[in-house]
Design a protein around this ligand. Sequence first.
Ligand code: ADP
Ligand code: MG
Length: 339
Amino acid sequence: MSDIIQLLPDHVANQIAAGEVVQRPASVVKELLENAIDAGATQVNLLIKDAGKTLIQVADNGSGMSTTDARLCFERHATSKIKQAEDLFNLNTKGFRGEALASIAAIAHVDLKTKPETAEVGTHIKIHGSELITQEVCVTPTGTIISVKNLFYNIPARRNFLKSNNVEIRHIIDEFQRVALAHPQIGFSLHHNGNELFQLSSSSYRQRIVAVFGGKTNEKLVPVEEDTELVKLSGFVGKPEFAKKSRGEQFFFVNHRFIKSPYLNHAVQAAYEGLLKDKTHPSYFLYLEIDASRIDINIHPTKTEIKFDDEHALYAILRSAIKHSLGQFSVAPVLDFDK
Ligand code: ADP
Ligand code: MG
């Protein structure tokens, strides 16, 4: 029998990988915002057209890229963030897979302008479906402006599968808010079809939460603070009387990364024992800082789930710290007359 196995060409491999990394426009938004943050930007502007179906643009004032890097960043497994396997256990950046830009460029029209501080002029690159179209010198400010157009133009099934603009922009706003809440010291803006949805200037955590969710949020917040050997916990929980039927504003950030954790959510809920009306959920904005060697972020491609070294201890710390804070603010139990 003759040999039949072949290595897939890069652009095919990239397109397959893209299926994992990019589910919808909001996935692109997340990857681009994270790259801007990893680049040390202090201002990040997001511009969206048609819920990301025609344009997603992120402009940052971060480090920018050299001409060689500007080309290399679209290669698979090309990253400046880790060098060796050990680095995976001590991650301090949002990215590390070196997969996002390669994936995005495989399924969209990408336009990149970038310039490091030290360079006089920048680099302008256009890539369509992994194929380099042009590379030119350009005049552009220090930082990076990356535009992703016509997402899924070469995967009609995916494109047709996209939901209505209302649904897709909601997902984008969710990603934007998560990143903005995780980094209050960075300025962010979001425009959709020419309308300004958010204009957030550098601020404290409390100010950022209020800027994102509106002025009324301020009176609802009870500060939480705890410092142990395992975790440095800070942030806010909502007063019980403001708890809602729907799970809305519930956020965990671990080392400035938004994560989902049903287990830790349970710990929060447990801290409210006896304080909540039936089937209501408190808001919370909790920031955990944990030594990077004690968490594993590498278990999920979109990195919203992570593994903790000592989940049980975290649970206990969270529960007691929140309970303590709620007690300090002398929150009285609610009498549930509805029952
Ligand atoms: P990762 O973030 O996992 O390294 P990406 O594909 O997202 O992979 O990006 C590849 C590389 O391109 C990054 O490691 C970084 O060096 C560079 N890069 C991407 N976006 C930016 C940006 N906005 N500013 C500066 N460098 C960037
Ligand atoms: Mg990245």
